[in-house]
Design a protein. Structure first.
Length: 457
């Protein structure tokens, strides 16, 4: 079987003392894996013929010619082959059909091993903050790559709730611009935080969701005016997977003189985001959904041009210019770190860096193409089964989540688990939320089971 080698594989090989990795002529080595191999001194060579039964350990000791000298040329690899190989390598333990990525992504091997690395280091060294903080910094840089930001523009937090709370605490509501425009399609934690700032002078205006589960750009425009301080909107509606045009949101917000904050949690890692090209002021996201990480960590992007205007009341020593000066006076950092608070979640950062590196390496545009294919397939299957589809959107406005209205969504979720199918319920819908590692067969089986069980529970 064709092997697919990623940077995670090269890193693990180097950690295990492997100096030469032997592959066969049809194996695939990503560009990032090649670059990392050169930096770590791992020589990639190609054997003339390696039986498919040979293990990775045996491959690393095989002798062959270097990749640069190989003949004949490698066979062309389709995107489906690539995704199949990544699933085999990073998710071999999946015994259930995992379609709950809108709630929690499946566990990739690279993330599990990174957690093990932290635990082993903690056990052996007792305390190694120099190393841990190095990984914290690397994880922020990896997040920055996902959204085309500079690493210095990124802050680390503990959840989207804490990240949004810090942003909200940094704004001034005493002037003419004191209005926050948010929406019913936001996850509740976000408007709850804005409402909590009413005691500081914030005026909250909520854009209602339309009957079809969307919010049109003109719905925002009607509420944006010279009194609007910030527009707070999600990239994706958590309930039904409706995806918004971020560049268009930035355009209407900035035309009224307002800032724009995007909660990208339900879509980041499945559709390209370029914060510079889209002109986004703030972007927040956790790590446990489509970024395949764990709870307990989140990231905030802040446009450099607005950093010095922010004065967060929710702050801490890592939000200061020099955390290790141990000065109890406020001296905010002059970059994205200004929105950090206390000691960073190091263990979660290890997992986040590994899982986000996997997303970066696979490529968000490639992931989007695969997810769109699966979304179209899922919609067609749901319609064929004559289920109550809530996510019938144009593909450019659809995230991975496909929502189906059912009589008792939570009970259905529990029944599906008994069938080794992991989906996520919210309100009156059951959500099928695929990722690049899922297959059409898994979706077909899940939709069939939903049709079979929905009326019984």
């Amino acid at each position: 079987m064709r092997q697919f080698y990623t940077a995670c594989d090269i890193e693990r090989a180097a950690e295990n003392g492997v100096s030469e990795l032997t592959i066969d002529i049809y194996d695939v080595v990503t560009d990032e894996a090649r670059d990392l191999a050169k930096r770590l001194g791992v020589r990639i060579v190609q054997a003339e013929m390696i039986p498919s039964s040979v293990t990775l350990a045996e491959r690393t000791s095989a002798i062959g010619t270097t990749l640069e000298q190989r003949t004949p040329p490698a066979k062309a690899v389709s995107s489906s082959d690539v995704f199949s190989e990544i699933r085999r390598r990073e998710f071999p333990h999946l015994k259930k059909i995992h379609l709950a990525n809108c709630s929690q992504g499946a566990q990739p091997i690279c993330a599990a091993q990174s957690i093990e690395d932290f635990v082993n280091n903690w056990r052996e060294e007792g305390m190694d903050w120099d190393y841990w903080l190095k990984v914290v910094v690397e994880s922020k840089a990896t997040f920055a790559r996902l959204i085309n930001a500079d690493p210095s523009d990124v802050a680390m937090s503990f959840s989207v709730s804490s990240a949004v709370g810090t942003i909200a605490s940094s704004l001034d509501y005493k002037g003419i611009r004191n209005r926050v425009v948010t929406t019913e399609i936001e996850f509740p934690t976000v408007p709850q935080i804005w409402y909590a700032h009413k005691k500081f002078g914030a005026q909250v205006n909520v854009v209602p969701v339309r009957p079809n589960g969307t919010v049109a750009i003109e719905d925002y425009e009607k509420r944006l005016d010279s009194k609007t301080l910030i527009l707070s909107a999600p990239f994706v509606y958590y309930l039904n997977g409706y995806k918004q045009d971020l560049a268009e949101l930035a355009r209407v917000a900035h035309r009224s003189g307002a800032l724009l904050m995007i909660d990208a949690y339900q879509g980041l890692g499945t559709s390209p985001i370029d914060v510079k090209a889209m002109d986004i002021d703030f972007l927040v996201s956790g790590n446990l959904k489509y970024l395949l990480g764990v709870p307990g960590i989140a990231f905030t992007y802040t446009k450099q041009a607005i950093v010095e205007t922010l004065h967060p009341a929710s702050t801490g020593w890592f939000g200061q210019a020099d955390p290790f000066a141990f000065d109890y006076h406020l001296n905010y950092a002059h970059d994205g770190r200004r929105l950090e608070t206390g000691t960073p979640p190091a263990l979660a950062a290890f997992a986040a860096n590994a899982s986000m590196s996997l997303i970066v390496e696979v490529g968000v545009q490639q992931i989007k193409q695969r997810i769109d294919e699966l979304s179209l397939h899922c919609i067609e299957r749901v319609k064929t089964k004559q289920l109550d589809l809530v996510s019938d959107f144009d593909i450019e406005h659809k995230a991975p989540t496909t929502a189906i209205r059912v009589p008792n969504s939570h009970n259905l979720e529990l029944e599906l688990r008994k069938q080794d199918i992991v989906c996520s319920s919210r309100g009156d819908v059951i959500r099928i939320a695929h990722h690049f590692y899922n297959t059409e067969d898994e979706i077909d089986h899940t939709v069939n089971k939903i049709a079979e069980l929905a009326s019984r529970v």
